[in-house]
Design a protein around this ligand. Structure first.
Ligand SMILES: [Zn+2]
Length: 342
């Protein structure tokens, strides 16, 4: 889960000295391909072939360029392209389009296997948004198939940068949307992510001394407290709209209003854009309730699981469709894309 995801921020070019040195190194170490504008293609095989040949692909209206040295990895370029494509498809499915029009993804070789971290920036020396991911030199296909970092970082592209005290909103959206988006494309099973959420959300609950989401910048409250805000909002939007709208509509509304990581927005502007898209002021009301108070209470969370039909603990979580809000749960994690996951 997202303990390895680091701070996300818009980095003004003139201030990003360390990052600049890294990028110069990577540019010098790239193969000698000349950058060309990615053409729009619909077929995944063509997309994949283009990505393997040029390290570029176009997904959801975005030109994405990968920067890495193939010789530095046990993985093949095809596996790396498929991993990128899988994440880009999930994010495009969730938002209806890719959140930015141009993106650079820099893969940094790391010791060992697996994906050990990632950071997303709204601006970079490339003139585009940037994702930097630490990918193990010995990583294999199974590491990529269970990776959540690439999708998590791409979800960050959809959220405007907010003041530091509300960083939980950025991480909460990325933590909550990542598995839901992957369920929508069939990459993950709904039952698995409800079990993960049942366990994870507990880590986002307030402890003694908590002063609300805007004033308690711990790991648990930032990632899982933010994700819990998203779940509470999703359920309440669906409850008030007879399950016609959800958080997905709100977040698409933010993007449609011009909000993405390339923008600095106050929290309220994001919430207003989301609320306008659903027609119910759930985000604003929930923010007022949770921003400066140690909420939700334990009883509220246990009632939430009960009403959604998520029962049990740990590895014994099961789902029941007899619960009053089971239809809401089913709508949140409904598969929506017929494209096969790669
Ligand atoms: Zn993150």
């Amino acid at each position: 889960m997202p303990e390895v995801c680091r701070r996300h921020a818009v980095v003004p070019c003139q201030k990003a000295m360390a990052l600049g040195l890294l990028l110069v190194f990577l540019m010098l170490s790239l193969p000698g391909q000349v950058a060309q504008a990615a053409s729009v293609v619909n077929d995944d095989d063509k997309l994949l072939a283009g990505c393997i040949a040029t390290q570029q692909l176009t997904v959801g209206g975005a030109g994405i360029r990968l920067s890495y040295t193939p010789a530095g990895y046990a993985l093949t370029p095809q596996q790396i392209c498929e991993w990128t494509l899988r994440a880009a498809h999930a994010v495009t499915q969730y938002y209806g389009r890719f959140p930015v029009t141009a993106l650079r993804i820099v893969l940094q070789p790391a010791a060992g296997s697996g994906v050990s971290g990632g950071t997303t920036y709204g601006a970079s020396e490339f003139g585009t948004a940037l994702i930097v991911i630490q990918l193990g030199r010995d990583a294999d296909q199974s590491d990529l198939l269970r990776d959540w970092v690439m999708t998590h970082e791409m979800v960050h592209l959809s959220v405007p940068a907010v003041p530091e005290r509300s960083h939980w909103l950025e991480e909460g959206i990325a933590t909550y949307v990542e598995p839901v988006a992957r369920v929508e494309t069939g990459e993950l099973e709904a039952a698995q992510i409800w079990a993960d959420m049942r366990r994870g959300m507990q880590q986002g609950m307030p402890h003694s001394g908590d002063s609300g989401l805007d004033h308690t910048p711990t790991w648990g409250r930032t990632y899982w407290g933010g994700a819990l805000f998203c779940l509470l909002a999703d359920v309440e939007i669906r409850r008030r709209t007879d399950n016609r709208k959800g958080l997905q509509d709100a977040l698409r509304g933010v993007l449609a209003a011009g909000g993405n990581i390339e923008q600095d927005w106050p929290v309220q502007r994001i919430l207003d854009a989301g609320d306008a898209a659903t027609g119910v002021p759930v985000l604003s009301e929930l923010y007022q309730r949770l921003r400066a108070a140690p909420l939700p209470a334990d009883t509220e969370l246990s009632e939430l699981w009960k009403s959604l039909g998520v029962v049990g603990e740990g590895s014994h979580v099961s789902l029941t469709d007899a619960a009053p809000l089971a239809a809401v749960r089913l709508a949140i994690t409904q598969r929506r894309s017929t494209a096969p996951p790669r």
